[in-house]
Design a protein around this ligand. Sequence first.
Ligand code: ASN
Ligand code: ZN
Ligand code: CA
Length: 332
Amino acid sequence: WQAVRNATGHTVYSGTVTLTSTQSGSTYNLTDGERGGHKTYNLNRGTSGTGTLFSGSDDVWGNGTPSNPESAAADAHYGAALTWDYYKNVHGRSGIRGNGVGAYSRVHYGNNYVNAFWSDSCFCMTYGDGSGNANPLTSIDVAAHEMTHGLTSNTAGLVYSGESGGLNEATSDIFGSTVEFYAANPSDVGDYLIGEEININGNGTPLRYMDKPSKDGASKDAWYSGIGSIDVHYSSGPANHFFYLLSEGSGTKTINGVSYDSPTSDGLPVTGIGRAKAEKIWFRALTTKFTSTTNYAGARTGTLAATGELYGTDSAEYKAVQDAWAGINVGA
Ligand code: ASN
Ligand code: ZN
Ligand code: CA
């Protein structure tokens, strides 16, 4: 018999948070009894297997610094719980497969490993500890990004190369961002930046920018023929930019203390419809319109179809979707 517990996590990036654990006798386990049994394991710098389930004699996890192995575990467990809650409460989907079954997380993968990834074969997320093992890749947006790869894989199945690969990556950045806003965590406020917490460039800059993706020096702001031959983490740029434009509109804006400046490729303004509607449109398109081979033109068609169903084809939302695609050079 296992009791569901409200535990305390002292995370690296999100301050002190409530986690869900389970109690078995006098042992506490990082198994989420409320979210499909999602477990968090310690790979302890290994690179295979599941490692060991985080467990202990108290129900307090981590101390807020990466040197305590439980701290990154607290971040990962929290990020997975938030992502679960976001898909359930905002989109009505219970777990990655929609069947109420949780995935699992593995932290402390390898040594100085500067990446995180989703794997279909283990149905799990894995996190490295970053450069110097001092910056685990366990922020909310990264966790939601990786877990969303599981969702994409189990819905549209966007092939991870060419234009569909860019749309796959963008889907993970889009929901990485919306989950971060959903969390409303004062230590890691919502933004349209990816990886701003994990210091992956060593100078405090984010990994990616959705308002103007080219700010990272490699991502593209707009679609062009041939974008399908660049890295999927760069061909995602136009779709990230589309989502920003649709949510917030073109031009300058400050949200939660972060300043954005989002131009359009056609020079015409886009009036945003708000993130709450934009995320509904992208989710509906992903789960009911996109297929494994959807490209940018197909994403336009699919999001317009989803918008028509949600808000009508004569709506301001429908026009905003048209304008936002035009703003990244995907036209009628
Ligand atoms: N962190 C990367 C991603 O989720 C790992 C990869 O390239 N597969 O996209
Ligand atoms: Zn990704
Ligand atoms: Ca972010």
